[in-house]
Design a binder for this molecule. Structure first.
Ligand code: PLP
Length: 422
């Protein structure tokens, strides 16, 4: 490389700080604010280390993590089995591109398909990419198999959805903040109210390729649909010959007490999108899993990703599947979730107006006469508990599934103190 070029870079660098460890939280926050875009509004805590359900900030304060990276950390921070699998793979090979085979991909795909009771796996990286991939596959299937006229396929989605941040996905978001100024939008989506089977039935036409819903709406505030709704979605899709795509990126992989949240209604989707916890909190790993006659329509060159299905991602994903195959985390979610919901329901009419959720996952609405979600999250931070508001007066609670019973009680004590109107 050109030496004057490299010295130019060196001169331009004001900090090549290996002294960052000496910076205080306030200085590190100031750096974030100066140098990173402002598309987030984090709580004022700077994490430098974490283990299990606990994180430590740069001043040495410890906090209980009641957010778990929006369920990307279902197995807690640095689960030993996941760190071991990643470390072992780091010592062998991390990336090949899909131009060549490697020894982890087929095993990962087989194991994930067996765990989820599906037939074929399309590995990607982020959740949004998995959703984009499912949309592309559903459209192609609609034209090539169902026989919908080219360019006219529709996908029915639910109001309040959250499926990611790409241009196509925000095209059918009902959250104006997530959508404003990003048009022109991708056409071909029809929005119906969530949990309303009649509205869904009315929206389905012979141009419907698929229905895309979250079995539990996470970002919307952990909204569980009425009993029987998901069974109705399945029945309406069968009747119309449309695909049922379940976005289980947040609800799946033991968060609600089952591998898939759809399992609660013993319903099967045609395609599932998975992500978040699939990467074990270590690397981004996502996938579309489902029917071979649907995912099988993809041919070389028609879809892909440089990093999708890389050896490190597959090795970590395999370790995640192995943890889920024990059933331990599903059981923990069910047992600890019962405790979570019992204690939260004691706060109903006593600081909370509503508690929703399933397993170790809850959306709580704070009495509007009291704190906003943001101020409650800030107060909880000062009580040693990390969580995040979603909309206005709603907090989302998703402790890691490895949390001990006593740590769960400790976090709930803090919540009762902060939101409880006593
Ligand atoms: C988080 C999430 C996504 C998007 O995942 P990213 O990895 O952030 O792109 C999609 N769908 C659901 C249900 C999610 O919770």
């Amino acid at each position: 490389m050109n030496s004057s070029g490299s010295s130019l870079y060196a001169e331009r660098m004001t900090t090549f700080a290996d002294d960052t460890t000496d910076l205080a939280s306030s200085e590190l926050i100031a750096l974030d604010e100066r140098w990173s875009t402002h598309n987030y509004h984090p709580l004022p805590v700077v994490i430098t280390q974490a283990e299990g359900a606990w994180v430590t900030d740069v001043e040495g304060e410890r906090y209980l993590d009641f957010l778990s990276g929006y369920s990307a950390l279902n197995f807690g921070h640095r689960h030993p089995a996941l760190v071991a699998a990643a470390t072992e793979q780091l010592g062998r090979v991390t990336l090949t591109s899909r131009a060549f085979h490697h020894d982890q991909l087929g095993l990962f795909c087989r194991e994930l398909a067996e765990l989820t009771g599906t037939e074929l796996v399309l590995p990607m990286n982020s959740g949004a990419e998995a959703v984009e991939s499912a949309i592309k596959v559903a459209r192609k299937w609609a034209y090539r198999v169902k026989g919908i006229p080219d360019g006219t396929a529709q996908i029915v989605v639910a109001a309040g959805n959250f499926h990611g941040r790409t241009t196509t996905i925000v095209s059918f978001s009902t959250d104006e903040v997530a959508r404003a100024d990003y048009g022109p939008f991708t056409p071909g989506f029809v929005v119906v109210p969530y949990g309303d089977a009649e509205a869904l039935a009315a929206a389905i036409t012979d141009r419907t390729a698929a229905v895309l819903v979250e079995p539990v709406q996470g970002e919307a505030g952990v909204v569980v649909p009425p009993d029987g709704y998901l069974t109705e979605v399945r029945r309406l899709c069968d009747e119309a010959g449309a695909l049922f795509i379940a976005d289980e990126i947040q609800s799946g992989l033991a968060r609600t007490g089952t591998v898939l949240a759809l399992d609660h209604e013993r319903v099967r989707a045609d395609l599932y999108t998975l992500g978040k916890a699939l990467g074990g909190g270590i690397v981004p790993v996502s996938a579309v899993v489902g029917r071979a006659d649907v995912l099988g329509i993809l041919r070389p060159g028609e879809h892909g990703s440089t990093f999708g299905g890389n050896p490190l991602a597959c090795a970590v994903g395999r370790a995640v599947v192995r943890l889920l195959a024990t059933g331990e985390f599903q059981q923990r979610s069910t047992a600890l979730g019962a405790r979570l919901h019992a204690r939260l329901s004691e706060l109903l009419g006593n600081g909370l107006t509503e508690v929703r959720g399933r397993g170790l996952w809850a959306g709580i609405d704070i009495d509007p006469g009291g704190l906003t979600g943001r101020s409650a999250a800030e107060k909880l931070l000062s009580h040693g508990v990390l969580c995040k508001e979603t909309h206005g007066h709603t907090l989302r609670l998703a402790p890691p599934l490895v949390i001990s019973e006593s740590d769960l009680e400790r976090g709930l004590d803090a919540i009762a103190t902060v939101v409880g109107a006593r």
